[in-house]
Design a protein around this ligand. Structure first.
Ligand code: KIV
Length: 272
């Protein structure tokens, strides 16, 4: 692979911008633990997101709302210890930034200081712009997130595609521009019409990373456990499954159980 990113020793926010300028798509996946992050970084992923989807994937909650700042810091520090090359972005969890801009800054500082993260991600546009400005002025890079923002699920009432109506689409375009002007280094667009995502990506100089936002954006992000087929009960249209890891694990664990029961494990060479 001879691409711009293949020559990068450590991915930075500036290099993501150069990737957009060079027309090279950005690859991003979620990670919440050391072992998984090590594999993803070795594979050459550009960005790892310690997403608040850990609330669903790691802890089994129905929404992303319950995860705490302390829990995000725990996940993020595990990921940071594993990586050598990729950029690590960490979600500010629900309730850690919506109160006021001082609270938002304090939460961001904890993530940067205690986990060693490289950047934070926040859901929302105009409503949280004061907090974004304050965090940026402290030197913390911010990634925006618009469209389906799961922390607002009880406002939306459903996980369906967002911004299909003109009014919501125009607000999204305005928010995207505002996030760029304020200084965000990139933007995630989740579950919106592909044409709208294309329009936003073309109108911004910062990279736009899509999830369920079609191909005409500057990069893609998926939840790793979904694309590896570890989670089983989630089949949205935008998800491509690259493996069936849960089947591989089931097979392996059943073989182990059977070997233990039949005393064929451990054998002589596996014993001291
Ligand atoms: O928390 C998460 O995993 C996310 C991605 C879906 C973008 O925010």
């Amino acid at each position: 692979m001879s691409s711009y990113s293949s020559k990068i020793k450590r991915v930075t926010t500036h290099q993501l911008l150069s990737m957009k300028e060079h027309g090279e798509k950005i690859s991003m996946l979620t990670a919440y633990d050391y072992s998984m992050a090590k594999i993803l970084d070795r594979a050459g992923i550009d960005v790892l997101l310690v997403g608040d989807s850990a609330s669903n994937v790691m802890a089994g909650h129905e929404t992303t709302l319950p995860i705490t700042l302390d829990q995000m810091i725990y996940h993020a520090s595990s990921v940071i210890r594993a990586i050598e090359r990729c950029l690590v972005v960490v979600d500010l969890p629900f309730g850690s930034y919506q109160g006021n801009s001082r609270e938002a800054l304090n939460s961001s500082i904890r993530i940067m200081k205690e986990a060693g993260a490289h950047a934070i991600k926040m859901e929302g546009g105009e409503e949280i712009i004061e907090s974004i400005k304050r965090i940026l002025s402290a030197g913390v890079p911010v990634m925006g997130h618009l469209g389906l923002t799961p922390q607002s699920i009880y406002k939306f009432g459903t996980y369906t595609v967002r911004a299909k109506e003109e009014e919501e689409a125009e607000k999204l375009v305005r928010d995207a521009k505002l996030l760029e002007e304020t200084g965000c280094f990139a933007l995630v667009l989740e579950k919106i019409p592909a044409q709208l995502a294309k329009r936003v990506s073309e109108s911004l100089t910062i990279p736009v990373i899509g999830i369920g936002a079609g191909p005409d954006v500057d990069g893609q992000v998926l939840v790793t456990h979904d694309m590896l087929g570890i989670t089983q009960e989630f089949h949205p249209r935008f998800l491509r499954k690259y493996a069936d890891v849960s089947e591989i694990m089931l097979d392996a664990v059943q073989s182990y159980i059977s070997d233990v029961k039949s005393v064929s494990f451990p054998n002589e060479s596996e014993s001291y």
